[in-house]
Design a protein around this ligand. Sequence first.
Ligand code: HEC
Ligand code: HEC
Length: 201
Amino acid sequence: MKTKFLGIAIIVSSAIFGLPALAADAESCAACHGKDGASTDAKVPIIGGMSAEYLKGAMAAYKAKERPCPEATYADGPKKGTKSDMCKIAGETSDADTAAISTALAGKKFVRAAGQKVDAALAAKGKDIHDKQCDKCHTEGGSVAGDDSGVLAGQYLGYLSAELKDFKDGKRPMPKKMQPKMEAVPAADLDALAHYYASFK
Ligand code: HEC
Ligand code: HEC
């Protein structure tokens, strides 16, 4: 009898104490960002294969609410259908968990979005602007994770457009040296840049 109760007690307590750990592991990120951060949902950016440095920086910006936090819905997992946003999620994730998840994601491949429709003329125009203004930090079309400035090549078009607009409108902070380059790009040309990055297959 005694051992049976002890067994139940261990199961119950591990279920209770196991929950906070579960809430912050890579599985909970996968519910929206997909397996290994290779999102197949155009509303959610691909994050697997970015550098740990960049990922930690992005999480810190969300935690400090320095970046806009559009509402997002869990697409999978135990919280399926629940609404949240990256500021809440980053706020609920400890620095240690953020570091561990970032290192794990950095070891994965950045799997470029499949089947995106891009305008070839816009993409060509975007390449010209990129080569002049952006390639110094986002080398090879923004495809190199080691730049620590995010991976742009093959990211979802809608996400890219939204971020470029947020930078332009001063809603998302950017590095001091990126600012004059963004200012040199007319708002009407942001679409060309987004189409260029989305054109990487
Ligand atoms: C409910 C869905 C959802 C969950 C769960 C979620 N994310 Fe996100 N995440 C998003 C959306 C949507 C965005 C785009 C937000 C924006 O536009 O800034 C995003 C953006 C990000 C970005 C910024 C990407 C970039 O290129 O700058 C990072 C990093 C990130 N998430 C990491 C995580 C991590 C780590 C977890 C797990 C602890 C997680 N996310 C859980 C939906 C989610
Ligand atoms: C001086 C270096 C530098 C220059 C020049 C620069 N960037 Fe950046 N960029 C960065 C860094 C660093 C980040 C990461 C900032 C952060 O974490 O908030 C970034 C982030 C971004 C992001 C967000 C990526 C993501 O996953 O959310 C986009 C989009 C972007 N830059 C586009 C551009 C464009 C377009 C230009 C040229 C007009 C440009 N950048 C010029 C350094 C630069």
